[in-house]
Design a protein around this ligand. Sequence first.
Ligand code: SF4
Length: 189
Amino acid sequence: MTGTLSYSGDEIIDQLVRDEREPHREPVVRITGLMVQYYHVCKRELWFMSKGIDIDRGTPNIRRGTHVDETSYRDKRSSFQVNGRIAIDIVDSGEVMEVKVSSSLEEPPRMQLLYYLWYLDRILDIQREGVLAYPEERSREQISLSESNAIEIEETLRGIIDTVSADTPPELEKKPYCDSCLYQDICWL
Ligand code: SF4
């Protein structure tokens, strides 16, 4: 079904794949690109978000990120909703593009983009390359789905299902970016 990659064969992931291939069926957890990003930033943050304890998206940092995303390469990329599940941008070259303000946290946006490539490959049998763009830094990074990072994505998806299915948030653990996190008042009162 898929390109040249082989996958984990994990039952939870196989079930997720079956549900995603039939959009009328709701998966146990509907996993978005943002959830993949949050999982790699802070699992506690992901848990809060999944329980509807949401942050104020009108803050200057978030407004700046949204502005950069909405105004960069707009003439070169088109947005698509895939199965009503994930939202991706495709550039003229056919690559999937993710635009970020800063490359200070490399892993979360990289995993978000890999999730989109995984989704296209594993669910829809569409093989694409990815590009992570940081317009304010005038830099780009090419991202490809491989055997090893496809397994990383499936571990992430299993971790997301475990995290959001739990009744209580993951243990509190100080992170370098807690001071700028919008949940800090909940975590560190
Ligand atoms: S304050 Fe720190 S521990 Fe709490 S959600 Fe934010 S990053 Fe995670």
